[in-house]
Ligand binder design. Structure first.
Ligand SMILES: CC(C)(COP(=O)(O)OP(=O)(O)OC[C@H]1O[C@@H](n2cnc3c(N)ncnc32)[C@H](O)[C@@H]1OP(=O)(O)O)[C@@H](O)C(=O)NCCC(=O)NCCS
Length: 384
């Protein structure tokens, strides 16, 4: 395998986009390619992630984006893996570049849903669950993650304030991130007085519906003679799956796909959790961050909330978690989320995360989950 680098990464502000998904994706792709010191003609393959193109009557974005970049002849593929779509796209790009099938590849994720009302967006998003067993019977993602939160709280005696600490931390981080959907801090009072969405989850336990676009350029070390940015060396690109429907799982106290993907990633990188300086995890709901930090090996089972409660996962803590603000507050434009996590790592390692720097940014991990854990990607990056 060839040593593979992330040489460019760009995104727009998550939240509400005026432009179409196609326009936003093309624009951030161009920014990422320029940032890498490359030109569109250097791209050998484009991987596009966009789950809800039908909301704009537009699928098959790859050739449209490539045409906008002036490279219509370049092959493209849509990579869909629910909320983990663009990290799955990154994995495909890694395989192509490391395996010698392309010297440089573009990964771009985009979503535009802000023109939909909450009910419609909720029903669209629910297609990522198991239709006959879950969605058809009224399950939605807030409901499914509320089931995980209930099981966890019942087993470990978790109080609302402990989930609230995760939300407060992530809103504080997002308040320093110009890319974030929500750029305001919240207090425990705000958290506790917010409405219940799906018991026990409150408004501030949930990620919002966000528009957004993010792009990452991956290239072989030997292709990038003199990098113009500090490249991220891809030390591990691992994916795993698990049964989608929750009733078939042995327990609801973790996501098996996270455990499997992270075990593979640590093995590939020959690193352990103690070697990681900071992480971006998939916190679509606060319970998801709690489960992630346990399943990734940073906290023992049952103590994942301690990270936020005791400041260990704060931006200046021992293991910063979601310095970007995470899905909770930076936002969750499904197709763009995984690529957006890499943008945060890229900015942290390139001194571009002004005002929200983590104390040490040498080795980072990103964790991106599809639905309630049917799929998961874990990537590990380091400086050269
Ligand atoms: C939580 C949720 C139901 C709120 O939707 P809603 O009640 O229709 O809220 P609205 O869009 O009407 O917004 C009302 C206010 O709350 C804010 N808001 C909306 N969602 C928010 C969230 N998740 N966190 C914080 N604030 C939120 C809005 O900005 C708005 O604020 P304003 O009045 O100051 O402008 C919705 O955001 C949701 O379903 N989120 C989960 C999305 C999801 O499942 N994604 C997939 C995960 S796997």
């Amino acid at each position: 395998m060839r040593e593979t680098w992330v040489v460019g990464a760009a995104q727009n502000r998550f939240g509400k986009m005026k432009e179409s998904a196609r326009e936003a994706a093309t624009r951030v792709s161009m920014e990422a390619i320029r940032q890498a010191g490359l030109e569109p003609k250097d791209i050998g393959y484009t991987f596009v992630s966009n789950c809800f193109g039908f909301a704009e009557h537009q699928g098959h974005l790859g050739p449209l984006i490539n045409s906008g970049l002036g490279i219509p002849h370049v092959p493209s593929a849509t990579v869909e893996s629910a909320c983990s779509s663009s990290s799955a796209g990154l994995h495909e790009a890694f395989v192509h570049v490391a395996g010698g099938f392309a010297d440089a590849a573009l990964v771009v994720g985009v979503e535009k849903v802000s023109h939909l009302d909450t009910l419609t967006a909720t029903s669209y998003f629910a297609v990522g669950a198991d239709y006959p067993f879950e969605t058809k019977n009224g399950a939605t993602f807030p409901g499914l993650y509320a089931t995980l939160a209930s099981a966890y709280a019942q087993q470990f005696g978790t109080r609302p304030e402990m989930f609230g600490a995760v939300a407060i931390k992530n809103h504080a981080n997002a308040s320093r991130n110009p890319h974030a959907h929500f750029q305001k801090e919240i207090t425990m009072d705000t958290y506790l007085s917010s409405p219940i969405i799906a018991s026990p989850l409150r408004l501030y336990d949930c990620c919002p519906f966000s528009d957004g676009a993010a792009a990452v350029v991956v290239a072989a070390k030997e292709f990038v003679k003199s990098p113009v940015t500090e490249p991220l060396v891809v030390r591990a690109s691992a994916r795993a799956g698990s049964v989608t429907d929750m009733h078939d799982r042995p327990d609801l106290l973790g996501l098996p796909a996270t455990r499997l993907a992270s075990e593979k990633a640590y093995r590939q990188a020959q690193l352990e959790p103690k070697d990681i300086d900071f992480v971006e995890v998939h916190d679509c709901f606060t319970i998801a961050e709690v489960l992630a930090v346990e399943d990734l090996g940073f906290f023992p089972k049952g103590s994942g909330t301690h990270g936020a409660v005791e400041g260990i996962t704060a931006r200046d803590g021992k293991i910063p978690v979601n310095p970007s603000g995470g899905l909770k507050a930076k936002g969750h434009p499904v197709g763009a989320t995984g690529a957006g996590q890499v943008v945060e790592v890229f900015e942290q390692m390139n001194g571009l995360a002004t005002g929200r720097e983590v104390p040490k940014a040498q080795v980072a991990l990103t964790h991106n989950v599809g639905a309630t854990g049917g799929s998961c990607s874990v990537h590990i990056f380091s400086r050269r």
